[in-house]
Design a protein around this ligand. Structure first.
Ligand code: NDP
Length: 240
C-alpha cells in the first residue's frame, strides 16, 4: 500500500538512501533538509523527490512544515527521524552551544516531528516512526558527550513512544548504525578513521543503502510486530 513518508535530512547521505529505498517500495516520499540548497536541488532533480527546508530543531517550523506537507501530499504515515549533526570535542573544550545544537537537532528533532505527526497516526490507527540513533549512543564515544547523549536519548524516546503508540497501530523503532560512508564520516580525520575501521569486524565502513534496508523493514508490514526495538547495523562493532 502506498503511504506518505517524510525523511528528515533526506537530501544527503543515509537520508537520501532511505528516501530512494522508500520510493522504490512505492511510497510517496518527501525529504526535509536544513540549509544546503544546492544538494537539495540536485537530489530532487535526480530523484523526483520534493525537498522541504526547515530546521528540525525548531518546534514551530516542524509543526508548520509537516502541516504544509500534509496539505500538499496527504496525511503523513511514515516519519524517519534521520537529521543529525555533530559538534565534536572533549568536554573541557566543548561549548554550551555545541551541546545545545546537538541536543536540539538530534534529540529535539525527534520530539518536534513526533508532536507534528504522531497524533494523526494515532487517529488513523496506522503509523511508522523510525529514529536513527547511533552505535555511539549505545557505547559512548570519546569527544562526543553531546552526540552520545542525544543518540542515547533517542533510544529511550523510541521505547517510551512505542508504548504510547502500540495499541493505536503506530510502531516506533530505532536503528543504531555503525560507521557509514557519508559526508559526516568524511569529516573524521584519516588516522582516526583507520583506527575506527580496524575495530569493525567486517573490516569496512557501512553503505547508506545498508541502513535504508533496515528502515524499509520497519516501515513495511514485515515489521508490524516490532516496536520499541533497536536494530544495530554496524558490521559487528557492537560486540566490541
Ligand atoms: P550527513 O551529514 O551526510 O547528512 C545530514 C542530513 O541532515 C542533511 O540532509 C542535512 O541537511 C540534514 N540536517 C542537518 N541538520 C538538520 C536540521 N537542523 N534540520 C533538518 N535537516 C538537517 O549525515 P549522515 O547521512 O551521515 O547521517 C544521517 C543520520 O545518521 C544522522 O542522524 C547521524 O547522526 C546518523 N548516523 C550516521 C553515522 C555515519 O557513520 N554516517 C553513524 C551513526 C549514525 P543539509 O544538507 O541542508 O545540511
Amino acid at each position: 500500500m502506498t503511504r506518505i513518508a517524510i525523511v528528515t535530512g533526506g537530501t544527503r547521505g543515509i537520508g537520501a538512501a532511505i528516501c530512494n529505498r522508500l520510493k522504490r517500495q512505492g511510497h510517496t516520499v518527501i525529504a526535509n533538509y536544513a540549509g544546503n540548497d544546492d544538494a537539495a536541488r540536485a537530489f530532487s532533480e535526480e530523484t523526483g523527490i520534493p525537498a522541504y527546508k526547515w530546521d528540525v530543531g525548531d518546534h514551530r517550523a516542524c509543526l508548520e512544515g509537516c502541516a504544509r506537507v500534509a496539505e500538499e501530499h496527504g496525511p503523513i504515515d511514515i516519519v524517519v527521524n534521520n537529521a543529525g549533526i555533530t559538534r565534536d570535542g572533549t568536554l573541557h573544550k566543548m561549548s554550551y552551544e555545541d551541546w545545545d545544537d546537538v541536543m536540539r537537532v538530534n534529540l529535539g528533532g525527534c520530539f518536534n516531528m513526533a508532536k507534528a505527526t504522531f497524533p494523526g497516526m494515532r487517529e488513523r490507527k496506522w503509523g511508522r516512526i523510525v529514529n536513527i540513533g547511533s552505535i555511539n549512543g549505545q557505547a559512548g564515544q570519546y569527544g562526543q558527550v553531546n552526540y552520545a547523549a542525544a543518540k542515547s536519548g533517542i533510544h529511550g524516546f523510541t521505547k517510551a513512544l512505542a508504548q504510547e503508540g502500540a495499541k493505536f497501530g503506530v510502531t516506533v523503532n530505532a536503528i543504531a548504525p555503525g560507521y557509514v560512508d557519508t559526508d559526516m564520516v568524511a569529516a573524521v580525520p584519516e588516522p582516526v578513521l583507520e583506527k575506527i575501521v580496524a575495530r569493525i569486524p567486517v573490516g569496512r565502513l557501512g553503505q547508506a543503502e545498508e541502513i535504508a534496508r533496515g528502515v524499509a523493514f520497519f516501515t513495511s508490514e514485515n515489521g508490524a510486530f516490532m516496536t520499541g526495538s533497536t536494530m544495530s547495523i554496524n558490521g559487528g562493532q557492537h560486540m566490541y
